[in-house]
Design a protein around this ligand. Structure first.
Ligand SMILES: Cc1cc2nc3c(=O)[nH]c(=O)nc-3n(C[C@H](O)[C@H](O)[C@H](O)COP(=O)(O)OP(=O)(O)OC[C@H]3O[C@@H](n4cnc5c(N)ncnc54)[C@H](O)[C@@H]3O)c2cc1C
Length: 428
């Protein structure tokens, strides 16, 4: 038993708050090291495989006071349930500059999960059209690496609302392994604050349907995501919540009359050519509901969603957002962000026109965010070992990322979780 101390019924070596990308990965790893672990999850366990649960039951959109919608999921498995299945490393350089090398952990995860681009049999006309047009427009696209098992994927394209076939990796599989290895899970339990005595974490307070309770632990790791972890920290007397980024995103669409595109998975390709100098990526993706709404608002009955090509723009936004102790969020689109969008939209329009979209049919979606992060950043709120100034209180989720990646962050968060588990094992 780590720490060599006998434990009472409800005192654990580690309480992990949240079971998303950071929490489930950490819980599984800690169990492998032999720690006693309790995972506290605010949401419920929904049966996604088989299509038994509706995304509305767990999708939670927080709208900033300035009107920017920021998406996340509140349920077991966290926001990995909503992911497009992209699993690429990001921020390795900025983390290295802060003394953190995650290359070994990233490699281990890539091997374990057999991460790879989609098979050509799962990519169709839209992917082909964007790849060809991108090359012609000086915006080269390449296949995006996915955590999707091709043998289980039926190509339905509904990754973003929860994969009903179980082809997409989600944190639920690691949570299940953690339970198999002995972890306890409390569903429907919201951590409200960390209990601290003499500068050391001693457990957490939770709110459940039955009321308020506490769970004792020698170490507490907050993995409640970029919008909730800073709330818990602030309620526990630790300054946090500044420098929130969300990797702002928007779409540009165009009608390609005379062509019909089959349904495809979102984000089969990515163009990162402008990420370094201009701060944005492009990736093919169509939000069918938004496109249908647009077409019917224009009275276009001659074309449908299948005639539309779309590119998602994701930018490295400025970290000027803030999460307040009551959970309200301030996040605006700054002039610098608008400037990046302007360049990105011009590039997206060029690619779509090169793919055959009629220029006068191009339209854009509104701006929102899907990667809340940076609100308890390394070097600001936590040390390179992810510990706060309260001994035994750690953070291991998107909050700790030191800057907006403009890229999908799940793999990097998971790598940080492996690293933290090894650190805790070393200390023990
Ligand atoms: C539509 C969409 C698509 C995306 N696609 C991708 C993609 O393809 N690839 C990628 O890398 N990233 C993607 N992302 C982003 C990615 O899902 C998140 O960045 C990542 O899941 C964040 O991990 P996390 O551990 O910080 O938080 P989460 O995964 O959100 O986990 C937080 C967990 O904490 C729980 N929780 C919250 N508050 C409390 C509390 N007070 N007490 C107890 N539990 C609590 C939540 O229910 C949740 O289970 C996408 C995001 C969205 C919205």
């Amino acid at each position: 038993m780590p720490w060599g101390v006998s434990v009472s019924m409800d005192t654990y070596d580690v309480v992990v708050v949240g079971s998303g990308a950071g929490g489930a990965t950490l819980a599984r790893e800690l169990c492998r090291w032999g720690f006693s672990v309790c995972v506290v999850e605010r949401g419920l366990r929904h049966d996604i495989v088989g299509g038994g649960a509706h995304a509305a039951a767990y999708t939670d959109t927080v709208v900033s006071t300035e009107g920017v919608p920021i998406h996340r999921a509140i349920m077991a498995g966290g926001t990995t349930i909503l992911s497009a299945g992209n699993m690429v490393p990001c921020l390795e350089g900025p983390l290295r500059r802060r003394g953190i090398d995650i290359s070994g952990e990233v490699r281990a995860l890539q091997e374990e999960l057999s991460l790879s681009p989609l098979l050509p049999s799962l990519c169709h006309e839209a992917t082909e059209a964007v790849a060809r047009a991108g090359a012609a427009a000086g915006m080269p696209f390449e296949p995006l690496v996915k955590g999707i098992d091709p043998s289980r994927c039926d190509g339905c394209g509904l990754c973003l609302t929860g994969c009903a076939t179980g082809a997409k990796w989600t944190a639920l599989s690691f949570l299940d392994e953690a339970v198999w290895l002995g972890a306890s899970v409390r569903y429907g339990a919201r951590c409200t604050q960390v209990l601290v005595q003499n500068g050391r974490a001693t457990g957490i307070e939770i709110e459940t349907e039955e009321g308020i309770a506490s769970i004792g632990a020698r170490n507490v790791v907050l993995c409640a995501g970029g919008l909730e972890t800073p709330v818990i920290l602030q309620k526990s007397g630790i300054e946090a919540g500044r420098h929130l980024s969300v990797d702002l995103l928007s779409h540009v669409y165009g009608i390609v009359k005379g062509r019909t595109f089959s349904r495809e998975l979102p984000m089969t390709l990515v163009c990162t050519a402008r990420l370094g100098d201009e701060g944005y990526i492009l990736s093919p993706s169509v939000n069918a509901r938004a496109v249908s709404r647009h077409l019917s608002s224009r009275g276009r009955t001659d074309v449908g969603v299948a005639n539309v090509l779309g590119l998602m723009i994701k930018i490295r936004d400025s970290g000027e957002g803030r999460v307040f102790p009551d959970g309200t969020v301030s996040k605006r689109v700054t002039d610098a962000d608008r400037n990046i969008f302007e360049h990105a939209r011009a590039a997206a329009r060029r690619v779509l026109i090169a793919a055959g979209a009629e220029p006068d049919t191009l339209f854009e979606s509104s701006i929102n965010g899907a990667h809340p992060l940076g609100s308890a950043a390394i070097g600001e709120v936590v040390s390179p070992t992810l510990e706060t100034r309260v001994s035994g209180l750690y953070v291991c989720d998107a909050s700790v990322l030191p800057e907006a990646p403009g890229l999908p962050p799940i793999l990097t968060i998971m790598a940080l979780a492996l690293r933290l588990a090894a650190h805790l094992a070393d200390r023990a």
